[in-house]
Write a protein that binds this ligand. Structure first.
Ligand code: ADP
Ligand code: MG
Length: 618
């Protein structure tokens, strides 16, 4: 049989390699940014069009390349960063495989301009699918600019596999943050579709974090610092009270390279044990420095995984360092006193002083007397059995007191609340109305034919609001209230990027935006159910939920928005509801398409039948 083995042509080999290196536009961004850093750039600009599908360009002011190097740089295994195998164990550059540019050029249209500092003219190169289509010498600025256009133009299957521009942009932004946070002394700019969305001046680590995540971040950060023979740890953790449900702000850098390490993540989470709720995650920005010979970053083509020689020791050091910082900066007591106070105090009470309890005694009350107050008895008799009359008499003294109280004034036994309506004679006389009362500021209890139901007030309200918002979004024009004076709110750079992404969807639920510039976002109109004072809080929540569940199709994007609005604006556990609000809530709930579960799939109410109760008395 004839020989059948052949060497693959270079362009095929490059395309195969590209599959490993370039998964999506964000991978190109990472490689180009890293090359610019390796080239010693002080200022780096990233320019993106349409989620990177149309253009990804990185411009740097680094050392540049000679005419020959410019050509060679697109060859596979062409690198200036290692010369012999031993160099692999002493890396101080990001790249070393010499594969990135060759891979990118195999699957896109690439234009490069590059010039060394001490030459007058530079090179201008164009490559399409591994083939150089033009090479010129011309006047270009010092440094390198690489523009990658029409990614995957020759691999339609890969191109179709890309997600929406929004989603790809999100991945690019994540990649950009990782690089920018690892190199705070390098200035970065980021343009998307012609708008500058980030401008980060050269800075220290703390300031860089604050520049990226907003000025509010500064107060959240607690410094971490430790130096041992194995590792030097620096950076910041977020105070426990700022732990989030999202895994957004968690960054490990090893020798200034972003890495993912579930094992080290566990060490940090472990240090926070007992300080944060189990379903939340601490934020951290931790910079580890280890001897390059003690790690292997070669195990993954995209190089976000690192193998440490002595992982167990690292785990222990990291955990105790984080613990130490939490203790040293007195983070623990702050949690106990500041946070809980707000959690425990219902909104209506927040700014009120304590009132002396008043006790009114009905002097004519005689517990041994069978007769009860006519008003309440007559109304109650209709709904319940005769035999109940005697115990109801116990409340006659309180009845008059309740009548006088307004708003959420209600009788409170310890933390229980029983609103006036149950004993309110006037309302009770409406025979068809069933009774509602609030239990422990958490549940609404109401009677039905077969017994009673206990409704979780917060979940019920979420369901009602959720369906209302969905209807607004999908069925009719969004109901919006125009603000007399537009609001001007400031957001972090990162949040503004997301706001730009979801602006159109927010419009469909009733937000009207004016100018969005580097400092502020102008809001001209808000959804009808959102009050002016809540706008900032609602938008913050929308942004962070969106981050959590980036979604590509518009249906689920509206779904996320509706859920977030419902969650944010709903009545919370701990809030006291007036009887009229209780009734409205119950009626609205049962008018919903689905009343049994909340938008987050939690049970909204339970039914307790007469039979269930009877069983308890056997
Ligand atoms: P690697 O970074 O692994 O060496 P790349 O394919 O990314 O491989 O780049 C190949 C070579 O091209 C680099 O080793 C470097 O010499 C050169 N190069 C790439 N980008 C730049 C840049 N922005 N400035 C200067 N030289 C660059
Ligand atoms: Mg490289």
């Amino acid at each position: 049989m004839a020989d059948i083995i052949q060497l693959l042509p270079d362009h095929v080999a490059n395309q195969i390699a590209a599959g490993e290196v370039v998964q999506r536009p964000a991978s190109v961004v990472k490689e180009l940014l890293e090359n610019a850093i390796d080239a010693g750039a002080q200022t780096i600009s990233l320019i993106i069009k349409d989620g990177g599908k149309v253009l990804i360009q990185v411009v740097d002011d680094g050392i540049g390349m000679s005419v020959t190097d410019a050509r060679l740089s697109f060859e596979r295994h062409a690198t200036s960063k290692i010369r012999k195998a031993e160099d692999l164990f002493n890396l101080d550059t990001k790249g070393f495989r010499g594969e990135a540019l060759a891979s990118i050029a195999a699957i896109a249209h690439v234009e490069m301009q590059t010039k060394l500092a001490d030459t007058e003219l530079g090179s201008i190169l164009k490559i399409e699918g591994s083939k150089i289509t033009s090479q010129d010498v011309g006047a270009v600025t010092k440094g390198t600019s690489i523009a990658v256009k029409n990614l995957f133009f020759n691999i339609p299957a890969r191109r179709n596999f890309l997600k929406s521009n929004q989603v790809e942009l999100r991945h690019i932004t994540d990649e950009f943050y990782r690089v920018a946070l690892a190199h705070p002394t390098i200035a970065f700019r980021f343009h998307n579709n012609g708008n500058e969305i980030l401008n980060l001046p050269s800075n220290n680590y703390r300031q860089r974090i604050v520049n990226v995540f907003g000025s509010k971040t500064n107060q959240k950060l607690v410094p971490v610092s430790e130096e041992t023979q194995v590792v030097k740890i620096s950076g910041f953790i977020n105070k426990p009270e700022f732990a989030k449900k999202s895994r957004g702000e968690q960054f490990f850098f090893v020798n200034n390279r972003f890495i993912k390490s579930p094992y080290l993540h566990h060490a940090v989470v472990n240090a926070f044990d007992g300080l944060i709720k189990s379903d939340t995650y601490p934020g951290y920005f931790l910079y580890l420095e280890v001897d390059p010979a003690a790690i292997d970053i070669n195990i993954h083509p995209t190089k976000t995984e690192v193998k440490f020689d002595d992982e167990h020791t690292l785990y222990a050091i990291l955990r105790s360092t984080v613990k130490h910082s939490l203790g040293q900066f007195n983070v623990v007591p702050a949690l106990d006193f500041e946070q809980d106070q707000n959690l425990e105090t219902p909104y209506g009470y927040k700014n009120k002083g304590a009132e002396i309890p008043r006790i009114t005694v009905d002097s004519s009350f005689n517990p041994f007397q069978e007769k009860v107050s006519t008003k309440s008895a007559s109304s109650y008799q209709k709904a319940s059995k005769e035999s109940h009359q005697s115990w109801e008499g116990l409340y006659t003294g309180l009845e008059s007191e309740i009548g006088k109280e307004d708003s959420f004034k209600s009788i409170q036994f310890e933390s229980d609340t029983i609103t006036g309506s149950v004993f309110d004679a006037e309302k009770e006389t409406v025979e068809s109305k069933s009774t509602t009362f609030q239990l422990r500021r958490k549940y609404i209890v109401t009677t039905i034919k077969s017994g009673m139901i206990v409704i979780d007030q917060s979940r019920a309200h979420q369901r009602v609001l959720y369906e209302k918002f969905l209807k607004n979004i999908t069925v009719k024009e969004a109901v919006s209230q125009q603000l007399l004076f537009p609001l001007s709110l400031s957001f972090s750079n990162a949040d503004r990027v997301i706001l730009q992404e979801i602006k159109d969807s927010l419009h469909t639920i009733g937000f009207i935006f004016g100018r969005i510039d580097a400092e502020t976002v102008e809001i001209k109109g808000v959804p009808i159910l959102v009050s002016e004072s809540e706008v900032g809080m609602v938008l913050d929540q929308l942004i962070s939920d969106y981050q959590l569940e980036v979604s590509s199709n518009s249906f689920s994007q509206t779904d996320i928005l509706a859920k977030t609005l419902a969650k944010t604006l709903s009545v919370k556990t701990g809030e006291i509801l007036e009887s009229s609000s209780q009734t409205t809530l119950v009626n609205d709930l049962f008018a919903c398409k689905e009343s049994l579960v909340s938008p987050f799939n939690k049970t909204v109410y339970v039914t307790i039948t007469e039979n269930d109760i009877d069983k308890k008395f056997i």
